[in-house]
Design a protein around this ligand. Structure first.
Ligand code: AMP
Length: 465
């Protein structure tokens, strides 16, 4: 299939050839004909699938003189990107685009809006302009881009209000990477008999890596880490932390618990850093505790487990971190600790990974597993001559039962301990995640704000994956 198979304006086809778009992407193949027909569309697709062209091309193609399109995006960065992409496509149509977001001058934006066919806006600023009557637009096409992200950022009410200002006689398109309940409900109220299009999830993380996450409370982080290390028994692992202070703290904590663990961060002098890296490479260290920055460029093979003591804030760091394991065709495991305050970062990571919710093993589980291992060892071991001599010698003093018990006690020397239960059950975690999504992160934000110091909902830019 080529772009010529769609009934697009010649000015667009010429431009696509010029910028090197040869084959439509899957979302484009599905969405372009439906949008050209004039249908409303709900499309489940994420960044990087070519969704901007999927709605931009058919709308540019259909647009008659005097018509306007309005694109609503969650962040300023995305607004700029979408605007630039549309402008690029519209070169031979003479398309003008206006980008509207908070923090920039009203006067300039208002002028652009009046003169542009395509308006790309973030919800907050757009609503300000509409409510204050500074702009009066009647878009024929309205596109919600990354709707789930807008929900996560707490923009749902603003979106609903924006729709009070746009004519009901319009074509509406909704793009979203995921379809939580509030987005489905929104779709029902703002779209008319939409066509649903789903593009299967593009997964960027490695197939060889098993990815799990565990929902805990903040005060449980250390206990959870030790419990998971006890249970998984990694031979070589990296624990990622956010700050240098955490690195020192966790490295000390793990050493104190009897593991061969050392920290790596930017404040250490070069010689010390190299020493730690060499020890880790040569298997003299079991656990390396590091910040993202310190681990940059670290090239170590046979890492069996990566632990995210804190979840990284952006999906790119996540992909980068867990890529330290599962190399060269080997199996790897990535384990992330997540508190409810990290649900937003989690939802972004879920979009590009196959991370699965699990429950932290109980103390009993760890002990059962240890017993299992010892039983296996005993089953598989071949008795040596020396062992037989020792048992014969011991039998002069003890009966066989006593001897066996004493030997097993020796093998069991390092016993796991800690609380019986750590973290949330799968059921409870699911409930918390669901509630967070449905409230648009309101609970999370409120508790942040009440503790002070956390950024408000509109100040945060987001990097696109
Ligand atoms: P998007 O998902 O809209 O952010 O697009 C991701 C990137 O893919 C952008 O840089 C687009 O310019 C590019 N792109 C979109 N569609 C195509 C296509 N059919 N052929 C080549 N590149 C494309």
């Amino acid at each position: 299939m080529t772009f010529k198979d769609f009934n697009l304006k010649p000015e667009l086809l010429r431009r696509l050839e010029e910028i090197g778009f040869e084959k439509p992407s899957p979302i484009q193949e599905k969405a372009i004909p439906v949008i050209l027909e004039g249908r409303d569309v709900v499309a489940q697709a994420q960044t990087g699938t070519g969704k901007t062209a999927a709605f931009g091309l058919p709308i540019l193609s259909k647009m008659k003189k005097g018509e306007k399109a309005l694109v609503i995006t969650p962040t300023r960065e995305l607004a700029i990107q979408v605007s630039e992409e549309i402008f690029r496509f519209g070169k031979y149509l003479g398309t003008h685009t206006a980008t509207v977001y908070g923090g920039s001058s009203y006067a300039r934006q208002i002028k652009h809006i009046e003169n542009s066919e395509f308006i790309v806006a973030t919800p907050g600023r757009l609503l300000d302009l509409l409510k204050s009557g500074r702009i009066d637009i009647a878009p024929n096409y309205v596109i919600l881009d990354e709707a789930d992200e807008m929900l996560d950022m707490g923009f749902l009410d603003d979106i609903k209000e924006i729709f009070k200002f746009v004519p009901s006689d319009r074509q509406t398109l909704l793009f979203s990477a995921t379809m939580p309940e509030p987005i489905k409900n929104l779709a029902k109220t703002i779209l008319k008999d939409p066509e649903f299009i789903t593009i299967t999830k593009k997964q960027v993380t490695n197939e060889n890596i098993t990815e799990n996450f565990y929902v805990i409370d903040e005060y449980e982080r250390k206990d959870a880490l030790i419990r998971l290390i006890d249970y998984k028994n990694p031979s070589k692992s990296i624990v990622f932390c956010r700050t240098k202070k955490d690195v020192d703290d966790i490295a000390d904590f793990l050493s104190g618990a009897g593991f061969e663990a050392k920290g790596l961060h930017g404040d250490m002098d070069q010689r010390k850093r190299e020493e730690v890296i060499r020890a880790f490479k040569n298997d003299r260290l079991e656990i390396l505790v590091a910040t993202d920055v310190a681990a940059r460029g670290l090239d170590v093979n046979n890492v069996t487990h990566v632990f995210n003591y804190h979840l990284p804030l952006d999906p790119e760091s996540y992909v980068h971190r867990i890529g330290r394991t599962g190399r060269a065709g080997k199996e790897g495991m990535a384990i992330s600790l997540v508190t409810p305050h990290e649900f937003r970062a989690l939802s972004r990571i879920q979009k590009i990974s196959k991370i699965v919710l699990k429950e932290i093993p109980s103390l009993e589980d760890v002990k059962d597993k240890e017993i299992q291992k010892i039983l296996e060892k005993i089953t598989n071991v071949e008795p040596t001559k020396k062992a037989i001599e020792i048992i014969e010698e011991l039998q002069n003093e003890y009966d066989l039962m006593t001897i066996a018990t004493k030997l097993a006690t020796m093998m069991f020397a390092k016993d796991a301990d800690g609380k019986e239960k750590i973290g949330k059950s799968v059921k409870e975690a699911k409930r918390l995640i669901e509630r967070d999504r449905n409230s648009g992160g309101r609970d999370r934000r409120n508790s942040r704000n009440s503790r002070g110091g956390f950024r408000g909902r509109r100040s945060g830019g987001r990097r696109r994956g």
